[in-house]
Design a protein around this ligand. Structure first.
Ligand code: UDP
Length: 247
């Protein structure tokens, strides 16, 4: 029975990276609509303010702790939940694919997903990129985009539309494959955005690096402050549970 830790009502399973990879490969093998989301502190705060979004996140097959804030919150509860950035998990999933997965890339500015796909094809030649679609299509194209993704018959769908759009897109369209919400991953894979150096990542300061390099992200700092006040500085209110996941 999986154990979970609850952070602002978000239920994170206490699984290692290897366990998470095994779960993801099993979901792909099952060929049914499934979802993995990668919340950070900002996403957790949005969920704390929106019961509908919280429900969407908790219906995922797996939540991975993308941000250092989630790991620190877990530590306060006495549990170890190492940070597992979605972008690293996604690459590990491609690297350990037991067969040539078909991968569809949805999101980011026009041209970025295609460039990211080319880079992933070079790095993981056993993966087939079965389609790319940017994340700025007109609203009246939504149905056609979802239909094109189904027709491409992906095993795996990476969705980079930003949060909450990417999680809501996955929950609404339920493509018959494993879909993973990955924020700005295509921007990094395409080379449009540089990721923080390893040392900065290890120090848990990737959020600061990204804020300094993309000042538009300054608007996200209040959510981080609110998360710190609610979860990191308040008395311990959350808990670790042994429970079977409700779906
Ligand atoms: N994006 C998109 N469509 C939109 C809004 C955003 O495709 O309508 C993309 C945006 O171009 C970027 C990604 O969504 O590639 C969000 O990246 P961000 O760095 O904000 O995500 P984070 O990694 O912080 O979750």
């Amino acid at each position: 029975m999986p154990r979970y830790t609850t952070i602002l009502s978000l239920r994170f399973p206490l699984v290692s990276k290897e366990d998470a990879l095994a779960i993801a490969h099993a979901l792909i093998a099952a060929r049914r609509p499934s979802a993995i989301y990668t919340p950070n502190a900002e996403i957790a705060m949005r969920a704390a303010r929106s019961p509908a979004f919280l429900d969407t996140l908790n219906r995922a097959d797996l939540l991975l702790p993308d941000g250092i804030g989630i790991s620190l919150a877990a530590k306060r509860q006495g549990v170890t939940l190492p940070r597992l950035p979605g972008i690293d998990f996604a690459e590990a999933l491609l690297a350990t694919a037991p067969r040539p997965y078909r991968l569809f890339l949805l999101g980011a500015r026009p041209g970025i997903a295609v460039t990211a796909g080319r880079m992933l094809s070079r790095r993981y030649p056993h993966i087939t990129i079965c389609g790319c679609q940017d994340g700025y299509y007109a609203p009246d194209m939504a149905h056609a985009v979802a239909t094109a993704i189904r027709a491409a018959e992906p095993d795996l769908l990476f969705v980079c539309l930003g949060s909450p759009r990417q999680e809501e897109w996955i929950a609404v369209h339920r493509p018959p494959c494993l879909a993973i919400g990955l924020g700005g991953a295509f921007d990094v894979w395409s080379g449009a955005v540089r990721r923080a150096p390893r040392a900065v990542q290890s120090a848990g300061m990737e959020w600061l690096w990204r804020t300094l390099r993309q000042p538009s992200r300054l608007s996200r700092l209040p959510a981080l402050a609110a998360f710190s006040a609610r979860v990191l500085l308040s008395p311990r209110a959350e808990r670790v549970e042994n429970c079977q996941k409700e779906r």
